[in-house]
Design a protein around this ligand. Sequence first.
Ligand code: ME8
Length: 670
Amino acid sequence: MPGDSFYITTPIYYVNDIPHLGTAYCTIAADTRARFERLRGKDVRFLTGTDENALKVARAAEAEGKDVQAFVDELAERFKATWKEFNISYDDFIRTTEPRHTTVVRRFVEKLHESGDIYLSTYNGWYCVSCETFFTDDELKAGPEVSSEVNEGRPSCPNAECRKDVQWVEEPSYYFRLSAYGDRLIEEIEKRPEFLRPDSRRNEVLSFIRSGLNDVCISRMQTWGIPMPESIPDSQGQVVYVWFDALINYVSATGYLSENSDAASLFDRYWPCDVHLVGKDIFVRFHATFWPAILMALGIAVPRTVFGHGFWNIEGEKMSKSKGNVIEPVQLARDLAKSSGCEFQIAVDAMRYCLLREVAFGADGDFRRAGLIGRFNAELANDLGNLLNRSLSMLHRYRDGKVSGNRGGDSALRSVCEAALPEVGSAYADMNFIQALARINEIVNEANRHIEREAPWEKSKRGENESLDFLLTELLDTLQFVTVALAPLMPTVTQKIWEQLGEPVPFTELRWQDATRWGDLSKGHTTRKPEPIFPRIDKTDVKGSAKTVEQPPSTTDPQPSEKPTITFAEFQKMELRTAKILTAEKVKGADKLLQLTVDLGTEQRTVVAGIAQQFSPEEILGKTVVIVANLEPAKIRGIQSQGMILAAGGEVPLALITPDRDVPTGAKVR
Ligand code: ME8
């Protein structure tokens, strides 16, 4: 069905090392989008794979004293195994040592030779093995300052994410006439705003192209790699440059130029690719310039969108092997499962959720374990876990688990879900995961508050059966919405919820529109007894009586105003904003202090608050509070505190100030 296909790719990862948090991030994002498109009924092709012909891969094998092919075979399996654990639903996994790829690469070289787009010359310049990239002298000079500690004055890679030593190379080489494609590239970029995303990266590409493109080497004097075709004169002993080889994977995997007609038909069905998802490190030079120019030279359509996502630092530092802070995703999920007491697959989903929920896709993030646990506790265990548990427990307590299906009347919750569905859908389609997830979380919170307001336990006591049935049905309907809306991101969690809801539509046959197709939970249908999916953090029983905070003796009776009057302008200087508490822990050696991480929507901050004697870390996790956001930072017990939480009370804080209804995190308080 033309128009109904959807082709998405991740970079093919170098197999010089095992998968890490960064590669998992990109792959999870691609998987989420692929699952979303499948839910929407699209004919999806999701490609990932491994980049195996690089010099650095050969060197890594040598360093381990292994045969290169055996080494890459082993690592490709490691990638596949990790993606399996992370429920990555790829349709194809391409390896660049496979004949279906190598033959296409050689054909590409021949075609470019026939069209005059490649020519023989000599390369004299720098090469970064880590980035597998050629750099000119000018590019080296324009790069960030070299830290003498790292490179001891030796020339280093200008790529800020790399900075490793570069080496001088002089060898005969075939060049691709990239310089001839600058104008066409600029025209394409300017004509189609959706081509390069996010918008901020488009300008970077335009200035890179406008500063003048150099022709690019496409062959190298080395032994490991795809040999140049025999028909290309004076290329004996050369292999195809690894980036030229690697980029072609996106079409070789569709069977382009394949003699097998079944394989070749994939190209017609899926090309041009809908989204190439890559990190910012390989966006400008390779995916936004070199690759579309190669396609233009061969008369192949360029991809619809190339999206460059941001990078994760780890606890404030660049992730690097030498720092020993590289996070292995499967190990991280194991750690999370262990510390939170949930199943491994639930921890995987929680990681998938937290990675895409934490920072705007496209922007850089700082990964902190404490932040992951805070988010997990606040939004999954607490907000979502509670809603599921309370709703099903009440249904079992009051109605033996049977759904009345009473929808006689207007439901505010159902209306909110109906309005949110297209918004959440557009956010997924726009790779704006943070917005999709924030919206879903708002609805979960709204449903939890609805329970408090409507007090179903009172309705039951008073025998208000119709109204109780109506409420229980709207809660299940909201859970139906939330489950479908989160299905692209959390396949295991949502399947478990779906099964507990006892929905008649099999999970595997779900469609996006089912989110608000009310009525499937028909009259008399029985739900399962709730089984906690996430470990329970805050014990809130079905009556909604949240754990009570022990009130300290009132040492602060209301007092008349003690401070001088301030002008409105003075008041306006204060920036008050709502903030969500993501993590909370006691400050060692200070019995009154809690160290908090709070989310202001646009950023996270550390705040030290003198509330430890009145509030336990567990009970305030996930709460939305009000903070003075522009208070001068202060060092408290060696911790930099960036704001102050508002609480009622004098010397002794009696209650935290929280908004009385849902507001976006970081909303202004006036
Ligand atoms: O570049 N944060 O492979 P690669 C977020 N083989 N994402 C990160 C990251 C981080 N700290 N570190 C890496 C290659 N990534 C080539 C690609 S494609 C034709 C060839 C992610 O193994 C990010 O998506 O170095 C980045 O683009 C990718 O890993 C690079 O993986």
